[in-house]
Design a protein around this ligand. Sequence first.
Ligand code: AMP
Ligand code: MG
Length: 492
Amino acid sequence: METSYTQQGWNTDNSYSRLPEILFTRLAPVPVQNPGIVVINEPLAISLGLDPDYLKSEEGIRILAGSQVIKDFNPIAQAYAGHQFGYFTMLGDGRAILLCEQITPNKKRYDIQLKGSGKTPYSRGGDGRAALGPMLREYLISESMHALGIPTTRSLAVITTGEPVFRETVLPGAILTRVAESHIRVGTFQFALVWGTTDDLRTLADYTIKRHFPDIDEANGAENKYLSLLNEVIRRQAFLIAEWQLTGFIHGVMNTDNMTISGETIDYGPCAFMDNYDPKTVFSSIDTFGRYAYSNQPIIAKWNLGRFAESLLPLISKNEKQAVKLSNEALSQFDEIYNNYWMVGMREKLGLFNEDKTDKALIDDLLSIMHKYNADYTNTFRALTLGRFEDTAFFDSGEFFTWHHRWKERLRLQQESEDESRQLMKKSNPSVIPRNHRVEEALEAAVRENDFSVMKQLLNVLSSPYSYDAEQDEFSTPPKANFYPYRTFCGT
Ligand code: AMP
Ligand code: MG
């Protein structure tokens, strides 16, 4: 069912609201007092078929604030469950409303969700609201991830509500408009398994296949489409986590409700990019035991996929033993798929076009040198790309001398020229990432001084991370030593 475009560019549907009622609650966002616009993502608006000027109009702002719902929307709060730090809980959209699905001019379907839009039946004692700082943080980092080429939900707008939110202090309230291929999570399937019938679960799985994996079709020869669904989600997550590792991104709260089926990064709460290379890096204030540390991310992803596989068992086979066997076989592929993506990415980061059996050792040895010398992750690869070895933390070391020689020898094992290698490295090694101190500086100016210029400048720099423009140089500098220890917080 596709409606045609309204004059404002809306072409909406809400196919999710036609799924079994147990999966959601129909309700509208709670209107706010005095909405004000902070930022609108103009290119994203245009790609969705929406006129940025319309979104900035009175009606546009009211919609983004949740104060107005237009006729064709069919707003809902989604139900889901999740393992949070290993413990299973019933969750759901406690402060978000899925307004509608927008069909873009390119005929792609995106969820338009308001985050911070008031209480829902899933709020569990929370106020349903969000503070300005964390919403701007999500906007900044998700848009930076997009520019880095990493699959992610995106941010269309942040508006202030004109209402205070009460956390440890009183903060300005805000609403983020999140755009996603969908908000279906591992936790959505866990919810359906536990609280729905097998028919509900199957309907959700069929819907997910149709929406995200249309190539999986029994008619096209898939013998077991639910096993194919599991395999595809494993593949997409392996790709995503490899991309995170390759850029030094630490998600911080990889609970199963924060893992999408589409393979997009979701939920920018305590996430942050690593500065010095240390596999044990954790920033999140609540991650006391380092469950979601940098080097654990692939392990946790596989654990979460195990929970996804469990949710699919009744669909994979009526024979439970057979279902477990098939899904374990699928899960056992994760490490190899992940390692392959990671190796592809690492070879590109080192300018390698072909494969050699010595590559893994070459890469591992570089990482050990980086770890030993507290080298900045991003800037080490940036320095290698630019040939400015003197900029690395280990330039004078014997280890690097030897490693550099091995790398040069390895580069000779391919036909491509040095220049071609450098071009490949430039495309694979960002020169700017959202440095933690820069993010904090931008949020501080916005929240404390109502000055959004710092954030807008940062957004602009982060929009072309591979351009190596000289003006971006100052944004590559790591924070001063007194910036550490750096702590992040769940999006409050
Ligand atoms: P998250 O840490 O963002 O993944 O959120 C976990 C769960 O807590 C989700 O069900 C959220 O909807 C819910 N939640 C987070 N903050 C609030 C809030 N301020 N009010 C109500 N629910 C919330
Ligand atoms: Mg979440």
